[in-house]
Design a protein around this ligand. Structure first.
Ligand SMILES: NC(=O)c1ccc[n+]([C@@H]2O[C@H](COP(=O)([O-])OP(=O)(O)OC[C@H]3O[C@@H](n4cnc5c(N)ncnc54)[C@H](O)[C@@H]3O)[C@@H](O)[C@H]2O)c1
Length: 335
């Protein structure tokens, strides 16, 4: 059985730990964190719930090289500015790598990771959990197989409060700001569903949460090639008080409307052009379990459901949106 190691044991590290345990496709053998307090059993609260982990039987490391020597698969859940270094060192050690999103904060860093993984012959995937999220996976499948005709347009919303569990998120230099940190999920979907957009036109607010916090809130319009779908992405770290984390989409196909709202008991409703609306039965697992299951199933091969080149494009779209907010003009995207 593959030995899995989690690098960075904060909010996401605990979610991935639990996802691997549920998936059962490898053994979580080790955890690495520079802060020994991270290993304490207290629950870690984030924007999408609370994660806990029972570390009995797991070896705890404060040294990355020793940790690498103890595992076959590295699941990197450290803060975004550390992604490049941790990925390069894992690849150099010949380990398969699953990496939290956003892949990095520059296209050049993303490219360096892709080259390192290819050079080392290891499997490398960015953990874009929304691709594996029940209800979003159905949208992706429908766009691919044409069961509702062609996808014409879609709008994605993702809103989180501005109460943060870790201060580094509030530094644009470290997290990329909300436009990259959380909306990269939706930019990634647009890229998957419609190819690389030709232009990104965005407006939003900068530094509402304080100097240096970056683009906190954005409305972005993504235009694909002529005749392709048009996408709108909206959200950020905006909600006040106890407003709950919210994610939703509305997708218009030629022959159906799909309406997903993560806050509903039955999140997805399909409105076919003919016939009654229906609520498809969705898988019981979440996107974290879905992504680790998939990643573990392609070890040694290529993750065709979530290619690192696409994850790099998602970062490029986020950077274009940020630039468009700054300049007030549409930005052409190119990688
Ligand atoms: N997919 C999602 O839904 C989702 C949600 C939240 C965060 N994320 C992403 O996950 C990553 C981690 O975010 P988080 O919310 O878990 O952050 P966090 O601050 O809660 O946890 C980060 C952990 O990394 C540790 N760390 C710091 N420096 C380290 C180093 N040099 N080596 C190893 N560990 C180190 C910290 O001690 C902390 O325990 C980020 O890239 C973030 O954008 C993804």
């Amino acid at each position: 059985m593959h030995r899995i190691g989690i690098a960075g044991f904060g909010f996401m590290g605990r979610f991935h730990f639990s996802a691997h345990r549920k998936a059962g496709l490898g053994r979580v053998a080790a955890v690495f964190d520079v802060n020994p307090k991270a290993f304490e059993a207290a629950a870690t609260a984030g924007n999408i719930g609370t994660a806990e982990a029972d570390l009995a039987g797991v070896t705890l490391f404060g040294d990355y090289d020793k940790f690498l020597a103890a595992v076959d698969v590295v699941d990197i859940c450290a803060p975004t500015p550390l992604h490049l270094d941790l990925v390069l060192r894992a690849c150099a050690a010949g380990k398969h790598v699953l990496l939290e999103k956003p892949m990095a904060l520059s296209v050049a860093d993303c490219s360096a990771m892709i080259s390192a993984a290819a050079g080392a012959g290891v499997t490398f995937m960015v953990a874009h959990c929304i691709r594996f999220w029940p209800g979003y996976d159905l949208l992706i499948d429908a766009a691919r197989d044409g069961r509702f005709g062609r996808l014409l347009t879609a709008a994605f919303h993702r809103i989180s409060g501005s109460a943060f569990w870790s201060p580094w998120f509030l530094s644009e230099d470290k997290s990329g700001g909300a436009v990259i940190d959380i909306l990269v999920h939706d930019f990634d979907l647009c890229r998957l569903l419609g190819g690389m957009p030709e232009t990104v036109d965005a407006a939003g607010s900068r530094d509402r949460l304080g100097a240096g916090t970056g683009v906190n809130y954005v409305h972005a319009l993504l235009r694909t090639k002529a005749g392709g779908p048009v996408f709108a992405v909206h959200g950020g770290w905006v909600a006040s008080g106890k407003f709950p984390f919210a994610m939703s989409y509305l997708a218009q196909f030629e022959e159906a409307t799909l309406a997903y709202d993560g806050g509903r008991e039955k999140p997805l409703v399909v409105y076919p052009a003919k016939g009654e609306p229906f609520t498809p039965e969705l898988a019981a697992h979440d996107g974290y379990e879905g992504e680790v299951r998939y990643f573990m199933s392609v070890l040694g091969g290529v993750p065709s459901r979530c290619m690192p080149e696409e994850s790099r494009d998602a970062v490029a779209i986020g950077l274009a949106a940020r630039e468009s907010v700054r300049t007030g003009a549409p930005v052409r995207t190119a990688v």
